[in-house]
Design a binder for this molecule. Structure first.
Ligand code: SAM
Length: 400
């Protein structure tokens, strides 16, 4: 592993790096290991911290407690989180292991990669699993953490790193670039759609390198990328996490929806228009990756289902539907939306707990929920939506 620093650093950055090196020192590691044995809670944090300050420097104790808390949060993203290093913004913006691992597979045939804006190394670790990767970030602390984290995953020998603005990096020997531009700065979140560097700048990298992938927020506008690019929306289970745009050489579809960790994936498949009809006996709520990828009609055709409204992403059928791309519910009542009548209907169906899903209909769900005062014994999903343009309610049960 080599490292090069091409930018000057400010005093506070130097201070952050010095403190990080102390965490990496034997004393820092010992302290982090001690914290891992403690059950640190808001109630006992002061007591534990006071005790540790008698044995270790105050700043080191504070930094170790912060790091320990970040590690605990990171366990939802990384299998080795308790050995890794994070900043708050680095963790928040990092790609989780399951997504980075999935995405890295598409670069299998590319030998020399660059990970632009590598942050704390979420993507870097997986890219470097099987190839040499040049890691670039302008934040020296993130770059140091990326190296430490690459060590945790035993891939540090496959990385070289440059502390630099990505705009200044020479790509002559690089065959592929993955870039995850920042969507927040130390001052906070950037406006929706904005990033540093901008998506336009990232897309323009295609002039220098053929194999390019750009990570984007899941709300990204489909029109952002020129034709020939693939836009993939990735969910972990039912939570939509991110989008990634693949340059033409890496693309094999226009739009794709992927669900991890199972790896179910679907792409556009043009076909006849899907019917719009009133709800039948079953409703399917598509996974958000399918909705964002604009593949609801593809899913309807796969399932022989219909749409309940031209603009609403609920599908319906009179036969039970089973798909990894959506959740099926059994409809027990289907009626025009009437806020006064609905509590009685829910009572008639012996509903005591209700999960309200609102799509395409305005209204204060929380206030309505609070006003229900349900006492029944069954759990239901109440869908508040439109059916053939009419405000509609569907009282549904889970399909076993
Ligand atoms: C979204 S994070 C990267 C997360 C990373 N992919 C991961 O999984 O851990 C973005 C990073 O971009 C860096 N960055 C922002 N603008 C940059 C620029 N112009 N040049 C280099 N790095 C930049 C930030 O310092 C931050 O570490």
């Amino acid at each position: 592993m080599q490292c090069a620093r091409t930018m000057g650093t400010m005093t506070d950055t130097t201070d952050a790096i010095t403190r990080f090196h102390l965490l990496l020192s034997q004393q820092g590691q010992e302290l982090l290991a001690r914290l891992a044995q403690e059950d640190l809670t808001p109630n006992n944090e002061l007591k534990i911290s006071t005790q540790l300050r008698k044995e270790y420097p105050v700043q080191l104790v504070l930094d170790a407690i912060t790091q320990h808390q970040l590690r605990l949060k990171a366990t939802v993203k990384f299998s080795r989180a308790m050995e890794m290093f994070f900043t708050k913004s680095g963790l928040e913006q990092s790609s989780s292991e399951v997504i980075a691992q999935y995405r890295a597979k598409r670069f299998t045939n590319i030998a020399q990669m660059a990970d632009f804006c590598c942050g704390i190394g979420g993507d870097l670790i997986q890219l470097a699993n099987s190839k040499s990767v040049l890691a670039v970030d302008k934040d020296p602390l993130h770059l140091e953490m990326a190296k430490a984290n690459a060590k945790v995953y035993s891939v540090v020998d496959n990385i070289s790193c440059i502390e630099s603005d990505v705009r200044d990096v020479d790509l002559q020997t690089i065959e592929g670039v993955f870039i995850d531009p920042a969507r927040r700065t130390t001052e906070g979140r950037l406006k929706t759609g904005d990033s540093e560097p901008s998506v336009e700048w990232c897309t323009d990298l295609l002039r220098q390198v053929k194999n390019l992938a750009i990570k984007a927020a899941p709300g990204i506008d489909h029109e952002t990328f020129p034709s020939g690019w693939e836009l993939e929306f990735i969910a972990i289970g039912k939570d939509l996490k991110e989008a990634v745009a693949w340059s033409p050489s890496l693309s094999n579809a226009k739009r794709r929806a992927t669900i991890l960790p199972t790896g179910h994936t679907m792409t556009e498949k043009p076909g006849p228009p899907v019917n719009v009809q009133m709800p039948g006996q079953f409703i399917l709520d598509p996974n958000p990756s399918v909705t964002r990828a604009g593949l609801v009609e593809e899913l309807a055709r796969q399932l022989d289902a219909w749409k309940i409204d031209e603009k609403i992403a609920f599908l319906s059928s009179d036969a039970p539907m089973s798909s990894p791309f959506g959740r099926t519910l059994k409809v027990i009542d289907s009626l025009p939306w009437n806020q006064k009548q609905l509590p009685h209907k829910l009572k008639e169906h012996d509903i005591g707990v209700v999960d309200i899903r609102r799509r395409g209909l305005a209204g204060d769900v929380d206030q309505f929920h609070r006003s229900l005062k349900l006492t029944g014994s069954r759990t239901a999903t109440l869908i508040m939506t439109r059916a053939q343009e009419k405000p509609w309610a569907l009282i549904c049960l889970d399909v076993d």
